[in-house]
Write a protein that binds this ligand. Structure first.
Ligand SMILES: [Zn+2]
Ligand SMILES: [Zn+2]
Length: 247
């Protein structure tokens, strides 16, 4: 089981501490680099075991390297997360109370939306209903820019989504806080925000777009994997997706 932590593991961890999050391609390259640099045995298909060894030593420090998927393109990521505090607590050293309140309001909007997004207009409107110190419009806009550059949110044409890092790190918090509202992806069982939803009102399962692409690939008549109704949404291209089995 838990192996001895060598220099190659330490170097990998140091890099993770600097980056916070890396995609699976970079993780694989880094794994190879660390093993070769420290002349330890390198097995390309043993990345997850390599990380497990690091995680076994991180556990007492309440840290963990966790794997997750980008809802955008299905790419796998590894993020170094803190398991001791809820994310919001950890953020409190960097953000003021009213800034955290606005972040929570943004999360509320994203979680309660159908497609996992919140528009800048809706966020600005919710800033008018703050309990803590109100934020001016310019302050809210500045805060949103900061949340994007700190990798908590992503922004595309005025629509905000939770970043991959945020979802990986906050999944336990999100499940606890929004247990009635948040839904899991029917295919990969992770929390699902940006996804397609079954039209059958008595079913209504959610599937991430990359999971849709993978699941329905090559099927001519897509049917809901839960209720078997016709799946009425456009099936995204698998192209550009990173297959999990390929190395
Ligand atoms: Zn999924
Ligand atoms: Zn269905």
């Amino acid at each position: 089981m838990a192996q001895h932590l060598g220099d190659s593991h330490r170097r990998f961890l140091q890099k993770m501490m600097v980056s916070g999050i890396i995609d699976d391609k970079k993780a694989k390259a880094l794994h190879q680099f660390c093993c070769e640099t420290h002349k330890t045995q390198y097995a390309p298909d043993k990345l997850d075991e390599f990380i497990e060894t690091i995680n076994s030593k991180l556990q007492p420090l309440f840290m963990q390297i966790r794997k997750g998927m980008s809802e955008e393109n299905g790419q796998q990521f590894y993020a170094l997360v803190n398991t001791a505090e809820t994310e919001i607590t950890r953020m409190s050293s960097e953000y003021a109370d009213n800034e955290l309140e606005l972040f929570r309001k943004t999360m509320d909007l994203i979680v309660s939306s159908e497609n996992g997004t919140a528009s800048s207009t809706d966020i600005l409107n919710s800033a008018d209903m703050m309990i803590t110190k109100k934020l001016k419009k310019s302050e809210t806009e500045h805060l949103l820019t900061r949340l994007v550059s700190d990798k908590w949110l992503c922004e595309k044409r005025g629509e905000y989504t939770l970043s991959t890092r945020c979802i990986i790190e906050m999944e336990p918090y999100i499940r606890a806080m929004y247990q009635d509202q948040v839904k899991m992806c029917y295919i990969c069982h992770s929390v699902a925000f940006q996804c397609q939803i079954c039209d059958n009102p008595s079913c209504g399962i959610k599937i991430h777009r990359p999971c849709v692409a993978r699941y329905f690939k090559g099927r001519t008549e897509p049917h809901c994997p839960s209720c078997d109704d016709f799946w009425p949404h456009e099936i995204p291209e698998v192209r550009g997706l990173h297959s999990q089995s390929k190395r």
